[in-house]
Design a protein around this ligand. Structure first.
Ligand SMILES: [Zn+2]
Length: 203
């Protein structure tokens, strides 16, 4: 089903990639509910709503254009988002994380000086229906090397539990191993600078 300009603008505004929209045309409500859930897609495009003739709905059938708070609710509970790898050359570490807003994440990591470092750059990201789960599994697979790097934040000692002393390649391998059959939505993005992080980790 073709999306209108208005629909595309609405999705872009809410940070929903087109790949997260399930095309419900020709399917009954029970069919699209089940299939959109199985594919981890939080939004469907289907029949127009009674109030405004909008076609974008949550998986429970609420019009997200009439009430975009429905969208926030469903996104939180469906937990789609980006799993990412960021790196700090100064710290010689990478960080695996997940976020609903990958565009702002590099800036916010630097601004908050995560792990006491302010030169974070985005190296890789991938949109997934279960980004948070994959993040946690990947961190577990990487083990504890470099984990818990202590740093001071607002005068208090913090531990950076998402940081690892490993190369980009090792972090990516852990993410792909952690997918465990999860559906990949959209194309993974990899920074051309990822090779700068391929030092040999200390053993
Ligand atoms: Zn509507």
């Amino acid at each position: 089903m073709e999306l209108t300009l208005d629909e595309r603008a609405f999705l872009a505004h809410h940070g929903i990639p087109l790949s997260a929209v399930f095309d419900a045309s020709g399917l009954s409500k029970s069919e699209w509910r089940e299939r959109a859930r199985a594919e981890g897609k939080p939004v469907i495009i289907g029949s127009p709503c009674a109030r405004g003739g909008h076609r974008l709905r949550t998986r429970s059938g609420h019009c997200v254009q009439c009430d975009s708070s429905k969208l926030a609710y469903h996104r939180r509970h469906g937990k789609p988002g980006w799993v990412y790898v960021a790196g700090s050359l100064r710290g010689k570490v990478v960080k695996i994380g997940s976020t609903e807003n990958v565009r702002d994440r590099e800036r916010s990591l630097c601004a908050e000086a995560y792990a006491g470092l302010d030169d974070w750059e985005m190296l890789f990201h991938l949109y997934l229906p279960n980004a948070g789960e994959v993040e946690l599994r990947a961190l577990a697979l990487l083990g504890a090397a470099g984990a818990g790097l202590a740093y001071a934040k607002e005068g208090r000692s913090q531990k950076a539990s998402e940081v690892r002393r490993c190369s980009t390649a090792e972090a990516l391998q852990a993410i792909y191993d952690a997918l465990d059959g999860a559906r990949i939505e959209g194309d993974p993005w990899l920074s051309k600078r990822n090779g700068l992080y391929d030092w040999r980790p200390p053993r």
